[in-house]
Design a protein around this ligand. Structure first.
Ligand SMILES: Nc1nc2c(ncn2[C@@H]2O[C@H](COP(=O)(O)OP(=O)(O)OP(=O)(O)O)[C@@H](O)[C@H]2O)c(=O)[nH]1
Ligand SMILES: [Mg+2]
Length: 194
């Protein structure tokens, strides 16, 4: 039996990795999952403070029984320092779920998903580990845009979930929170069945 899996189940902690391009709202996502309020109602929290390397945070499931530890990486892969290259174990090990995020008003961030998926795939292939389940989150649904997201159709059969949300006004966030609680139970039930 995997010792870490035992600890995670016993302590009711699961690890999430958030990947996606700069400014799509990865750090905002954790903020709203932690809070009862959307960004627009958090004082001063709409300012953009780029993640320089990695942010580690956590949020509770709705019933407060479980905790998700979140590893949220910088979106700028071209930085000389990037966790996917310099500390890949910190980013990728013991991950229960990967959340790929793109923004409705940024077509490039949708195209970039391909690169983020490849980076994750490469790590798990090279280390002979199975890629964890993953979801895609389209953020900034409050923004106007007409990007064609049919590109996602190729990915959709492999997705554990697909969500359209706005961290700014909170649209879709409650559904996502509910899904996370169910996913948490699913992880623990899987462990109990073994
Ligand atoms: N309109 C709108 N703005 C949002 C939304 N979510 C986040 N933002 C804003 O987008 C900007 C970037 O958000 P972050 O959460 O810092 O983005 P990030 O993906 O963590 O960016 P990096 O750390 O650079 O990789 C901030 O100014 C947020 O307030 C949303 O749903 N709608
Ligand atoms: Mg960030």
């Amino acid at each position: 039996m995997d010792y870490l899996e035992y600890v995670k189940s016993f302590k009711k902690i699961r690890k999430i990795l958030i990947l996606g391009s700069g400014a799509v709202g990865k750090t905002s996502l954790t903020k709203v999952l932690k809070s009862k309020l959307p960004l627009k109602d958090m004082n001063g929290d709409c300012n953009y403070n780029r993640t320089l390397f990695v942010e580690i945070d956590q949020f509770k499931t709705e019933d407060k029984n479980g905790t998700f530890q979140v590893v949220d990486l910088a979106g700028q892969l071209e930085l000389p320092i990037h966790a996917t290259r310099d500390t890949p174990k910190l980013a990728f090990s013991a991950v229960d779920l990967i959340c790929f995020v793109f923004a409705k008003d940024n077509a490039q961030s949708l195209l970039d998903l391909n690169q983020w998926v490849n980076i994750a795939n490469n790590y798990y292939n090279e280390t002979n580990l199975k890629i964890p389940p993953f979801i895609v989150i389209k953020n900034k649904m409050d923004q106007e845009s007409n990007i064609d997201d049919s590109l996602l159709d190729i990915l959709k059969p492999r997705l554990k979930g697909y969500f359209e949300i706005s961290c700014f006004d909170g649209k879709g966030v409650n559904e996502l929170k509910k899904w996370f609680s169910e996913f948490f139970n699913e992880c623990n039930n899987k462990y109990m069945e073994r």
